[in-house]
Design a protein around this ligand. Structure first.
Ligand SMILES: [Zn+2]
Length: 98
């Protein structure tokens, strides 16, 4: 069985959430949201309206690392949360210019 399919345990998720909080206070993150752009749809978004999104969700074993955290607009964040992973990928493919 693919180990990526095993959901993260509660302890690991709590630890990753703490890391995410710290990452949000970092200069790196301030620079990221300072660009004022959603990492998914590329929409111009004011920094205070951007949220930190885990590309690989914590529940799926994702970590709070710079490589896994991106600024997302409210629309993308809500869409991603409500969609199964495959549907989200299809949505991204549809809005990404080729
Ligand atoms: Zn977006």
């Amino acid at each position: 069985m693919d180990h990526l399919l095993i959901p993260a345990d509660a302890e690991q998720m709590a630890s990753e959430r703490r890391k995410a909080k710290m990452l949000k206070r970092s200069q790196w993150w301030k620079n990221r949201i300072g660009e004022g752009k959603c990492a998914y749809c590329g929409q111009r978004t004011p920094p205070d309206a951007l949220t930190m999104d885990h590309v690989q969700p914590l529940i799926r074993g994702g970590r709070s690392t710079r490589g896994n955290c991106v600024p997302a607009c409210r629309t993308c964040n809500e869409k991603k949360q409500n969609l199964p992973a495959e549907a989200w990928k299809a949505y991204l493919a549809a809005i990404t210019p080729t």
